[in-house]
Design a protein around this ligand. Structure first.
Ligand code: PLP
Length: 392
């Protein structure tokens, strides 16, 4: 009899028992650390922070945070104060910035309690931090976000200049970092990039000699003038291509695989999956895998010929037995069909694993097949995979 009590999640394993789950994720913390070191070499002499918002793009902020710390990273960015509190438990000595700002007077004490540094992006954020902020060695430390074109968070340039003048007199808060965010960083020739550098430089001189930060992953590949003092990469750490269309210099960090639960033969002329949307053009060996859109294997990656999207994309594929195996019909919540005919009869059996993302199925191609970006694929992976952390 199998002893199901034998599996207990720990630092290196989480999610369901690997024998009981439909999918497994392998997260290579060694590759992550290598990616960090590559970016450090690229940015030097600027420093490199780690952006670990949204649970490190779905990969596990505690494990990712510790691996980055081990590689020398000392500054981290999260989106929410709640994420900051979780990261603080894993990294007692890290500098942690919260990108989405202060969540009002009710949240402000949590920043002080956990030594989280808010990125202040509006006048009301600034007033709130002046009233509630944390008085340590540095009174009310913060970053100031200046908007240079995104029109999302951040003071307008004229507001930032007015704030800098006033705060130089009152010293009500202590800005430790001035930051802005690129709008078109992954389009190297877009004129917006240069305009943002110039607007940012104009504001920067009003803030004295505090550190400044503009580049995300893509921005790090645009040239020296984008580096400033601190780069803020996220997706490149996790293996995503920093600039679309350019060869990807980053190592794959995530491997996602799905368990084959059944292999069947369908006849030419029959249809497959919901809606009968795909009719088979030949007798087809089909591997049914225990993965679906509930696992972030997005429905928009359903087979070509399935009318789901206005633009026809090639549809997703898996990798098995040295070959790409295309998705057939619609991807459903818990199950996906793959065409394994070309592997030959009896090549695939229940219990085999199909690679969905990994060295043979690059993350950015998986995203493209589903009409989206690598960021959305990673943050959609969900909680049903068994997760294994290697290379720590
Ligand atoms: C998410 C985010 C980043 C990281 O972006 P990547 O494109 O993943 O490198 C950097 N800065 C800000 C403000 C962000 O919101």
């Amino acid at each position: 009899m199998t002893d199901w009590t034998r599996y207990s999640p720990d630092e290196a394993h989480s999610g369901p028992d690997p024998r009981l789950g439909g999918g497994r994720l392998t997260i290579d913390l060694g590759a992550l650390a290598d990616n960090y070191r590559l970016l450090v070499a690229k940015a030097a002499p600027a420093k490199v922070a780690g952006v670990v918002k949204a649970d490190a793009y779905g990969l596990g902020a505690a494990q990712v945070g510790k691996a980055l710390w081990g590689a020398g990273c000392r500054t981290f960015f999260v989106a929410l104060p709640d994420e900051g509190i979780a990261l603080r438990r894993a990294l007692p000595d890290a500098e942690i910035y919260v990108l989405n700002g202060l969540f009002g007077p009710e949240a402000a004490p949590a920043y002080a309690a956990h030594r989280l540094i808010p990125v202040l992006g509006s006048q009301s954020d600034i007033s709130c931090w002046e009233a509630y902020g944390w008085d340590g060695e540095t009174p009310r430390p913060c970053a100031i976000h200046v908007d240079t074109g995104m029109n999302r968070l951040g003071l307008r340039a004229e507001e930032a200049l007015a704030f800098a003048q006033e705060n130089a007199l009152t010293r009500a808060v202590t800005p430790k970092l001035l930051m802005s965010h690129l709008v078109c960083g992954d389009e190297p020739s877009h004129p917006m990039n240069q305009r943002q550098v110039e607007s940012f430089q104009a504001v920067r001189s009003a803030f004295g000699d505090i550190d400044s930060s503009l580049a995300n992953s893509a921005g790090m590949f645009l040239g020296r003038e984008f580096a400033f003092d601190l780069a803020r990469p996220g997706i490149a750490l996790y293996g995503g291509a920093p600039v679309s269309g350019m060869a990807n210099p980053m190592k794959a960090v995530v491997t996602a695989e799905a368990r084959v639960v059944q292999v069947r033969t369908a006849r030419r002329g029959e249809t497959i999956s919901y809606g009968g949307a795909q009719r088979l053009e030949r007798d087809t060996i089909v591997a049914i895998a225990s993965v679906g859109y509930a696992d972030g294997y997005l429905r928009s990656g359903s087979s070509a010929g399935v009318p789901l999207r206005s633009v026809v994309s090639p549809g997703a594929a898996g990798y098995l037995g040295g070959k790409r195996v295309p998705v057939l019909g619609r991807i459903t919540m818990d199950l996906t069909s793959f065409d394994v005919t070309d592997l030959g009869p009896h090549a695939v059996t229940a219990g085999d694993w199909i690679e969905l993302i990994g060295n043979n199925m690059p993350l950015d191609e998986v995203a493209k097949a589903a009409g989206t970006i690598s960021y959305e694929i990673l943050t959609s992976l969900g909680r049903r995979y068994h997760r294994r952390y290697i290379g720590a």
